[in-house]
Design a protein around this ligand. Structure first.
Ligand code: HEC
Length: 96
């Protein structure tokens, strides 16, 4: 009986950790408002899920510097630091 409750407590402690690993970093959920979040979403804005993280970061840097013309992404890219952009790009790349 004592061993059983130790296992139950262990499972409760592990669950929140697993949930955190899958949680999007700050800002990442804002992207899906415009960028389709599923392979079948019908939108002209390119899908970001599963895209190579390096590509996403490079695009964000180019939008921020104005090197790459944009309608809205220049302003959005300026809202994130390099570290935040990297975290978002890594998370997006890991999504299916
Ligand atoms: C308000 C709508 C909107 C939001 C929110 C938004 N985007 Fe975009 N995104 C666009 C549009 C529109 C384009 C096409 C370029 C342009 O006109 O600015 C684009 C283009 C891009 C591209 C280039 C894709 C390609 O293949 O050409 C990347 C990368 C990108 N966005 C990343 C992001 C990330 C990361 C976020 C969240 C931090 C985000 N976007 C949030 C509208 C949005």
């Amino acid at each position: 009986m004592k061993a059983m409750s130790a296992i139950a407590v262990g499972a409760l402690v592990l669950l929140p950790v697993a949930a955190n690993a899958a949680d999007p970093p700050p800002g990442a959920t804002a992207c899906s408002g415009c960028h389709g979040s599923s392979a079948t979403a019908d939108t002209p804005v390119p899908k970001l899920q599963g895209r190579d993280a390096g590509e996403t970061v490079a695009a964000m840097v180019a939008f921020r510097s104005g090197e790459r013309p944009a309608t809205v992404m220049d302003r959005i890219a300026k809202g994130f630091t390099d570290d935040e952009t990297r975290l978002i790009a890594d998370w997006l790349a890991a999504q299916k």
